[in-house]
Design a protein around this ligand. Sequence first.
Ligand SMILES: Nc1ncnc2c1ncn2[C@@H]1O[C@H](COP(=O)(O)OP(=O)(O)OP(=O)(O)O)[C@@H](O)[C@H]1O
Ligand SMILES: O=P(O)(O)OC[C@H]1O[C@H](OP(=O)(O)OP(=O)(O)O)[C@H](O)[C@@H]1O
Ligand SMILES: [Mg+2]
Length: 282
Amino acid sequence: MLRIAVPNKGSLSGPAGEMLHEAGYQQRRESKELRIVDPVNDVEFFYLRPRDIAIYVSSGRLDIGITGRDLLIDSGANAEEILPLGFARSTFRFATKPGTADGIEDLRGRTVATSYEGIVAKHLAEQGVDASVVHLDGAVETAIELGVAEVIADVVETGTSLRNAGLEVFGEPIMKSEAIVIRRTGADVEEPKVQQFLRRLQGVLVARTYVMMDYDCRVEQLEKAVALTPGLESPTVSPLHNEGWVAVRAMVPSKEAQRIMDDLYDIGARAILTTAIHACRL
Ligand SMILES: Nc1ncnc2c1ncn2[C@@H]1O[C@H](COP(=O)(O)OP(=O)(O)OP(=O)(O)O)[C@@H](O)[C@H]1O
Ligand SMILES: O=P(O)(O)OC[C@H]1O[C@H](OP(=O)(O)OP(=O)(O)O)[C@H](O)[C@@H]1O
Ligand SMILES: [Mg+2]
């Protein structure tokens, strides 16, 4: 039975549960449940604190985990990213009062407050900057106002939290993060059960980013139409009852669907339909 760690709280928890549900796995019904067995899919889910997931996976007691890239790096645990999942996207940045720092050099001799001490210490060492780091559990934006630090390093998504605290980012982003699937470093990723789990999640990612497009067009326009909708392998082309016409079916990226429909219409395609994909295996 595959044993999988899933975030039990915070920004990763809801979207991770939704993705697993879309991939056909049973999920917990109550937020207090700590573990559930999904006998049909031969999987057991453990609901753990996001920060602890890399540690459990690196111990080898759990086969796979879903966590944030920033949390994995911060933990320093012996685990590696095997699939990015595209949600809980954020950057990790330094911030301070406007006009008090321009770049990482300005951190020399100063104090940085953060909940991600591992990431900050590693980054400062790589850049050869000597600064002190103070660990706080959260709400680090307040640390400057209260004089605990001169600079903070934190997760930034929309920037609202920083703006509300009257702070501004400076320097290059330290890292970009998103939810990821992790496995113990060196463990066999080719294991059939692991591969099946990854294929299911990849299927959800594809179903979320592509739509199916169907349309009719004249045979003379087919090459132009197919250039607009090349599909993943190649589009399906079937004859219509009306001679000289064909029906075409191809997957297209959902973000581009409206533009492609306009372009197809302009070259004479008609009855252009898009439908959602609920699941897939590529
Ligand atoms: N506002 C946000 N937008 C996107 N991702 C975020 C945001 N806040 C935190 N994350 C991501 O969530 C993960 C941290 O999860 P964690 O549960 O520790 O903190 P949280 O989501 O801030 O929850 P809380 O602080 O309420 O416990 C990291 O990967 C981080 O990048
Ligand atoms: O750029 P934004 O869209 O504002 O998002 C980023 C904020 O979200 C998270 O905070 P959270 O609300 O989880 O509080 P915390 O600092 O206590 O973790 C994170 O720590 C940032 O403070
Ligand atoms: Mg938080």
